[in-house]
Ligand binder design. Structure first.
Ligand code: NHR
Ligand code: GAR
Length: 210
């Protein structure tokens, strides 16, 4: 049976969307022992583990220990869902082609942190979220699926984040389902999706009212 390990750092609403979509989640692991998402996973009978990065001397030591825990579950796919630690190259290489992330912007715009604040500062009219394969170049791996939302007059980073998050909860389960069904093929830096209709893969731009 195919299985997924989810890595979280906090609230875990994307993890929750994946669980509620009925995907085969073997375990939820957090670098933050007080992540709220761990409570929800436990209450749903999903095995959880906390591994505090602060107790390790450096990134590599943490990543080595994290990989050892993940590998006990022998997952087909490792899913970053609001996971806030940058992963070292050896970790990314170890899970090459089976490690994905959801990022709260329309990549390649706004890689890194504070994406909603930066989108507002730049005055973009369309923002969104991206699910991508993780490579050692931060927030730059092959794109699987994106969803767009409008930026509205009066938006704050909180209202914009909420609009984007609703789309994250739609596209992440879809991306994981495609992966587990063997429908994703990597060709260079591009992902091909077999048997997906175009309408499923992207959201259209918001309507223009003149
Ligand atoms: N690791 C690699 N190698 N490549 C990616 O594309 C990754 C990754 C690890 C996490 C998620 C990413 C995001 O979607 C992700 C993608 C954390 C940071 C960060 O700066 C940046 C991007 C992402 C996640 N983290 C700080 C650090 O020092 C800590 C910040 C904090 O704890 O609040 O690791 O945005
Ligand atoms: C989500 O918006 C996710 O895209 C983003 O953090 C939020 C986590 O929410 N991820 C990153 O910014 C990664 N650096 P969640 O814990 O409720 O899923």
């Amino acid at each position: 049976m195919a299985s997924v390990v989810i890595l979280i750092s906090g609230r875990g609403s994307n993890m929750r969307a994946l669980l509620e979509a009925g995907l085969p989640v073997a375990a939820v692991i957090s670098n933050n022992p007080t992540a709220e998402g761990l409570l929800f996973a436990r209450s749903h009978g999903i095995p959880t583990q906390a591994i505090n990065h602060r107790t390790f001397p450096d990134r590599e030591a943490f990543d080595t220990a994290l990989a050892a825990i993940i590998d006990t579950y022998q997952p087909d796919l490792v899913v970053l869902a609001g996971f806030m630690r940058i992963l070292s190259t050896f970790f990314v290489d170890h899970y090459q082609g089976r490690l994905i992330n959801i990022h709260p912007s329309l990549l390649p715009a706004f890689p890194g942190l504070n994406t909603h604040e930066r989108a507002l500062e730049e005055g973009v009219r369309i923002h969104g979220c991206t699910v991508h394969f993780v490579t050692s170049k931060l927030d730059y791996g092959p794109i699987i699926i994106q969803a767009a939302v409008p930026v509205l007059t009066g938006d704050t980073s909180a209202t914009l984040a909420a609009r984007v998050l609703a789309q994250e909860h739609r596209i992440y389960p879809q991306a994981v389902r495609w992966f587990l069904q063997g429908q994703l093929a990597l060709t260079g830096n591009r992902v091909e999706i077999s048997s997906a209709s175009d309408g499923q893969t992207v959201l259209c731009s918001p309507e223009i009212k003149l």
